[in-house]
Design a protein around this ligand. Structure first.
Ligand code: DGT
Ligand code: CA
Ligand code: CA
Ligand code: ZN
Length: 583
């Protein structure tokens, strides 16, 4: 456990005791101890081992004992018991502005409120305002706070968060006195959803930047403004959706910038490993420096920090403590795939099914993006809600593809289909028709509620069909809206590897399915990955970049991704697969 972790635990104890109505003297002792621990010089574990903790002013015998348990075992039964003794709703209520532990306890005592839902109801009926120490103003503020949590308390998809983040960043970079600026946190790591925006700036003078930041037009509300840190709520309409996110801006000296950039990029788990690496080398790494009592290691960028800890540069997408440190030590970090490596796409829709553009329009838009091939993958006959193609229409489409290909230059339409995997795992076209496609994407679009074993068997059966080239959106999830169907992906990957099938990363930002964690696993099993935008319009072809981000988080190199190959190579491989389908 790090000092920060111990401090968090002590703060939590203090707060939970306040919720229980403990006297201020006792609760403050925990909060004070949390600050003390954070500021202790040297290695906490060492101090504990040497029995030096109780000598620190403000940390008595009892506290030293608890800290020792935390540091040596990683948890504290006393805290666990305390947590269990308090309704979780009370802790959640602390997130609301103006509600400290004392007020939450009062609401619990007076009105038996133990959840945000009950609190909302009591505010709406005016009960809260009648209580001593509350009043109409507090009640309104609580209701606003609840509305805010509803609105921004949840995570936001990367395709919506990124434009807002970039809009803020662009304006911040133009402020006078800004030396360097970057979006950090989960957004820089290109996680599929983010909770807030973490913006970092270096400058010799923070105040003017703080002042200018809160005046940016996208800023809706100022939550807090200090000398070097401001928190706001910022909003922007992106593709017809109002996106609202908390944005924290921190300003540091330019010499501190690389350390702060690394720290606020995270992930927390990666940071913890890096901090330990520094400790192993007699140094301490935090958001300001890499140093010890006698020296400070100057670093002009993140590469210098990694180098000082005997590591090559680690891309932000890999910083999840899922092996990047170990791979770095062995000089085995992957050269990650980049957008410009992608030379075509396979899973897309046209006006034949539920797309909005014609074959030719889609192909020309693909060419505009620099693609050499546009694979059409309209829906199959059973998916009537998405205007799936009956077999005669498929043949009509093939004829049109031949006509359009004859006149197109620089891009080729490939004849594919997104074929439904039916309830029993069979495919939605006859084998005879399937044999006429250059490739087949097989996807589940129905009967999502099956038990896991059945769904797994269904998809595995489809994957063992000779006509199938790749699996589409493997779990059917819709981020922040719908969990995927229950399926054993380990088993699916095994079957895909056995039959030499590919798996798609569906790049629709609402899907990003296969998840990056399984992408990494698929790579280890030698399964080729295909990045598909699943475009339903010409504009959506560009969504492939979100798929590239998932691929990068899944450690993929150019060679791991099938559609980084050129047209001739792709056509040859697809033809080979049709010749010897199970190889
Ligand atoms: P999010 O906001 O949930 O999408 O994910 P992050 O990773 O952006 O998390 P956030 O905003 O809470 O913090 C930004 C970064 O700051 C995080 O990735 C790593 C660093 N950080 C935050 N809290 C801690 C901590 O307690 N310990 C360490 N070592 N780093 C932390
Ligand atoms: Ca964040
Ligand atoms: Ca944050
Ligand atoms: Zn689909």
């Amino acid at each position: 456990m790090t000092k920060d972790d111990v401090a968090d635990a002590l703060d939590e104890i203090g707060t939970l005791l306040e919720l229980k109505g403990e006297n201020t003297f006792r609760t403050n002792a925990y909060h004070n101890a949390a600050r003390l621990v954070q500021q202790l010089p040297g290695d906490l574990a060492q101090m504990v081992a040497d029995g030096k903790l109780a000598e620190v002013r403000g940390i008595g015998e009892a506290l030293a004992l608890k800290i020792t348990t935390l540091v040596t075992t990683g948890n504290l039964p006393y805290l666990e018991d305390l947590r269990a003794s308090i309704p979780v709703g009370l802790v959640k209520m602390l997130r609301l502005p103006g509600l400290g532990p004392k007020k939450v306890k009062a609401l619990h005592d007076l009105l038996h409120i133990d959840s945000i839902e009950k609190l909302k109801a009591a505010c709406e009926s005016g009960e809260v305002a009648k209580q001593k120490g509350f009043g109409a103003k507090t009640q309104t503020r609580i209701l606003e706070g609840i509305a805010y949590i509803d609105q921004v308390g949840h995570r936001v998809r990367i395709d919506l968060a990124l434009p807002l983040g970039l809009a803020l960043l662009e304006q911040i970079r133009a402020f006078p006195g800004v030396i360097r600026a970057e979006l950090c946190g989960s957004l820089r790591r290109r996680k599929e959803t983010v909770a807030d925006l973490d913006i970092l700036v270096s400058s010799a003078d923070a105040q003017p930047i703080m002042d200018a930041f809160v005046k940016i037009p996208e800023v809706i509300q100022v939550l807090g403004q200090g000398p070097t840190k401001s928190s706001v709520v910022a909003g922007l309409h992106v593709h017809g959706t109002k996106v609202t996110l908390q944005a924290d801006l921190r300003v540091v000296e330019d010499t501190q910038y690389p350390f702060a950039l690394h720290y606020f990029t995270g992930s927390k788990e990666h940071n913890i490993r890096m901090r330990q690496r520094a400790i192993d080398r007699g140094l301490s790494l935090n958001e300001y420096a890499l140093a010890n009592e006698t020296r400070s290691v100057p670093c002009k960028d993140e590469t210098d920090i990694f180098a000082a800890l005997d590591l090559p540069y680690i891309q932000p997408e890999l910083r999840e403590d899922t092996g990047e440190i170990e791979a770095g030590e062995l000089k085995k970090l992957p050269a990650l795939v980049v957008d410009s490596d992608i030379r075509g796409v396979f899973h897309n829709h046209t006006t034949y099914s539920d797309g909005t553009a014609s074959l030719e329009e889609m192909a020309l838009a693909a060419k505009q993006l620099g693609f050499e091939y546009f694979g059409v993958g309209d829906h199959s006959q059973s998916l009537t809600i998405a205007r799936g193609l009956p077999s005669n229409v498929v043949r009509k489409q093939w004829a049109e593809i031949d006509r359009v290909n004859a006149k197109l230059e620089g891009v080729r339409i490939l004849k594919g289909s997104e074929v439904d995997i039916l309830e029993d795992g069979s495919l939605d076209y006859t084998d005879e028709l399937l044999a006429g496609f250059e490739y087949v994407v097989a996807s589940v679009h129905s009967h999502f509620g099956m038990p896991e074993a059945e769904m797994t068997a269904r998809v595995c059966k489809a994957l063992s069909h000779p006509a199938v080239t790749m699996l589409g959106h493997a779990t059917g999830r819709l981020l922040l809206k719908r969990e995927g169907y229950k399926i054993n992906l380990d088993e699916v990957l095994k079957v895909a590897a056995k039959h030499g099938k590919m798996i798609e990363i569906n790049a629709q930002p609402s899907r990003l399915d296969l998840d990056w964690k399984y992408v990494k696993q698929a790579k280890a099993m030698g399964i080729p990955i295909v990045i598909n935008p699943d475009a339903h319009s010409t504009g959506e072809l560009a969504l492939y970049t979100f798929g590239v981000q998932v691929a990068r988080r899944g450690w993929l190199t150019k060679d791991d991704v099938f559609n980084t190959r050129g047209l001739a190579d792709v056509m040859k491989e697809l033809a080979r697969r049709k010749q010897s389908p199970t190889v």
